[in-house]
Design a protein around this ligand. Structure first.
Ligand SMILES: [Zn+2]
Length: 318
């Protein structure tokens, strides 16, 4: 099954979920053209996603980092394009999947959201949950016939470094990525955000070294986010004395593309026999969207209608 569903997505077609006006992303470019950078705050959408999936603290941190990374990657796409990030590891969380669109919309899911493992050095052990061995796959729907697909081994399984490693190795763009999700003692997500910096060709070693030094000296990202540091302020901290222009500020949102019509399509695609068995054995059907946990239920008579439709279509086709 393709990661992207076959129908062309439009922002309006998707079922709009809670909008978080506080979540946004800022994009800048150095006046000298030596780098571009993005920073974002994603607290609202990460908290919403973690709640929908009933995620444990470590699963919420993993999903939140991946969603934030997805938002940053999505902002590098051209209008109408979208991408999927799939992290697969040998840990108990097993898989994180995130989809992002060029318009700031993201959605995501983890395979085993209830995972609980001991902290590591006083921090949520995202790498331990995902597992240190595995792969990151980046799939991009660029509007071409076939989606673009790139894959790297997991670098540290902390998500940010894996994304930076992917960009640097697979796309040959030297990049730095910082992601953070702070989960409070009561399990709620109280801060989330991140940044992405890319060196643009031909590259300027002096600036790259300066930025690496600045990133190294930066207080922990979770501390900055908890203190209310905005994306603009984060970029100012990183690029003080380096002239840059702000290109864009855009809203980010958690939004799914599922709908009752699409679920009907999935049920119909099961085929006549399977649908008939479902009606006879269960009497009804319940389908839960993997990404937003929305539940779609179909009564017996509704399933029978689908079956009737299928039979008609079958006759038409024959
Ligand atoms: Zn959904």
């Amino acid at each position: 099954m393709s990661i992207f569903d076959k129908t062309k997505h439009s922002a309006l077609a998707g079922r709009l979920q809670d909008q978080h006006s506080s979540d946004y992303l800022v994009r800048i470019i150095a006046r000298a053209g030596t780098f571009r950078a993005l920073a974002c705050t994603t607290t609202g959408l990460v908290a919403d996603a973690a709640g929908r999936h009933g995620a444990s603290p470590v699963a919420a941190a993993a999903l939140g980092r991946a969603l934030t990374g997805g938002a940053l990657f999505g902002a590098l796409l051209k209008t109408g394009q979208r991408l999927a990030l799939t992290f697969e590891g040998n840990g108990p969380l097993r898989r994180i999947m995130v989809e992002a669109e060029s318009n700031g919309v993201v959605r995501g899911t983890v395979k085993v959201p209830e995972v609980i493992i001991p902290d590591r050095n006083g921090k949520l052990d995202v790498a331990g949950a995902l597992g240190r061995a595995g792969f990151l796959t980046v799939t991009k729907d660029l509007g071409l016939k076939e989606p673009y697909k790139g894959m790297v081994q997991l670098f540290s399984s902390e998500i940010a470094e894996d994304l930076a490693y992917y960009l640097t190795e697979s796309e040959q763009i030297p990049s730095a990525v910082g992601l953070s999700v702070f989960v409070a003692g009561n399990g709620t997500v109280s801060a989330a955000g991140g940044f992405l910096i890319q060196s643009l060709p031909p590259g300027d070693d002096k600036i790259v070294n300066l930025l690496m030094e600045r990133i190294g000296q930066l207080p922990p990202l979770s501390e900055l986010l908890l203190a209310g540091t905005t994306p603009e302020q984060l970029l100012e901290l990183l690029f003080a004395d380096v002239p840059y222009d702000t290109l864009e500020k855009r809203a980010l949102a958690l939004q799914c593309t599922c709908s009752r019509e699409k679920v009907e399509g999935v049920l119909v695609s099961l085929g006549r026999d399977e649908l008939r068995t479902q009606i006879q054995e269960q009497g009804s059907a319940e389908v839960t969207c993997e990404f937003c946990r929305e539940r779609y239920t179909f009564r017996k008579d509704e399933l029978e209608q689908l079956l009737a439709r299928l039979s008609t279509e079958g006759r038409d086709a024959g």
